[in-house]
Design a protein around this ligand. Structure first.
Ligand SMILES: *Cc1c(COP(=O)(O)O)cnc(C)c1O
Length: 340
């Protein structure tokens, strides 16, 4: 495998912990499998999360391209945007965030507050949907690129979620790290649960599982709709990443299962089951899930355990991808009061 350039941004390896009290709360070893939590919420880059692994490769690629400015997009509470802003500071780069919001003056809270603290330039795009943060950000990105070039600077555009072929390398490496930890623990989990959004994590985990001979079945839990387009995006990212690594392994649609049963009303809208998962993980393990991603991913694991769908003598892994800054928003607190 050809090594790819990588800038150290994350604290690695992240810990893997045995969720003993959560297992007790779910009926103990006679009813509940052993649950290992891979703590990628502790990657440490500007409060951490899965995007740190992608950004190690993306920032290296940007520097190799002679870039001065990182440009990326997302919803106003995007974890990816927040961590890109943090990574830019460490790498000595400028950062422009193109963020979709329902208001032209979003509340300074959660990730959006941290974007400001990291000194990112922010350009807002109005959301075209009353509930979901979706908007036409492409012209605003194109303008940011043009502005940087006019100022004599080289921009490097990172797609939403950092889910490019280069970003995919993060979870190829992350899988090698995880498989090494599982080998040291002498455990072969049957499933790995994780929340799946823009699919760079899925692409990396899927390619990585093939390359590392991982024992588990990947159980991606979708947090937003649009599966056919997303599966194709993941397939392309995984195979382009394989080409970057110079390996023959290929990923097909059959490798890219995600569970569609936990999306609820849509991206960024918490579910009652997800909100309950936040309370349970906080009160058993003092682990903080987030309302948009990890609460839904963990809700899938919890439902399957309660339904007896996983044998008690199995082990499963939950990949905690971060996102806790979104707990510090009025939106989350309102939902918690209404639904939990
Ligand atoms: C971005 C994100 C995900 C999803 O990762 P993708 O690579 O976009 O699928 C999951 N959890 C959290 C907390 C995230 O910020």
């Amino acid at each position: 495998m050809a090594p790819r350039p990588r800038v150290p941004l994350a604290v690695l390896p992240t810990p893997i912990t045995d969720a003993v009290r959560l297992r007790e709360a779910l009926g103990g070893s006679s009813r509940c499998p052993r649950i290992l939590i891979k703590r990628d919420d502790l990657t440490g880059l500007g409060l951490g999360g899965n995007k740190a692994r992608k950004l190690e490769y993306l920032v290296a690629d940007a520097l190799a391209a002679g870039a001065h400015t990182l440009i990326t997009t997302g919803a106003v509470q995007s974890n990816h945007a927040r961590m890109t802003a943090a990574a830019a500071r460490i790498a000595g780069l400028r950062c422009i965030l193109v963020l979709t919001a329902h208001s032209d003056a979003p509340a300074l809270e959660g990730n959006f507050l941290l974007d400001h603290l990291f000194g990112a330039e922010i350009r807002l795009v109005p959301s075209t949907d009353p509930m979901l943060a979706v908007g036409d950000d492409a012209p605003v990105v194109a303008q940011a690129v043009a502005d940087e070039q006019a100022a004599g600077r080289v921009p490097y555009v990172i797609p939403v979620g950092g889910s490019s072929p280069v970003g995919t390398l993060g979870y190829v490496q992350g899988t090698a790290e995880l498989v090494e930890q599982l080998t040291a623990l002498q455990v072969a989990p049957s499933r790995l649960y994780y929340a799946s959004g823009s699919r760079g994590t899925q692409a990396g985990l899927t390619l990585g599982a093939k390359l590392s001979g991982a024992p588990y079945r990947l159980w991606g839990v979708a947090v937003s709709a649009g599966e056919p387009e997303k599966i194709e995006r993941a397939r392309r990212a995984a195979n382009d990443a394989a080409a970057l690594l110079g390996v023959d392994t290929r990923v097909t649609h059959d490798d890219l299962f995600t569970d569609q049963g936990f999306i609820g009303d849509g991206y960024g809208i918490p579910t009652a089951e997800g909100l309950a998962a936040i309370e349970l993980l906080a009160q058993t393990e003092a682990i903080l899930l987030d309302p948009c991603y990890t609460s839904k991913g963990c809700a899938a694991l919890l439902r399957h355990v309660r339904q007896g769908a996983i044998a008690p003598d199995d082990t499963v892994v939950f990949l905690h991808t971060g996102g806790a800054p979104a707990l510090f928003t009025a939106g989350y607190l309102r939902q918690r009061a209404v639904r939990a």
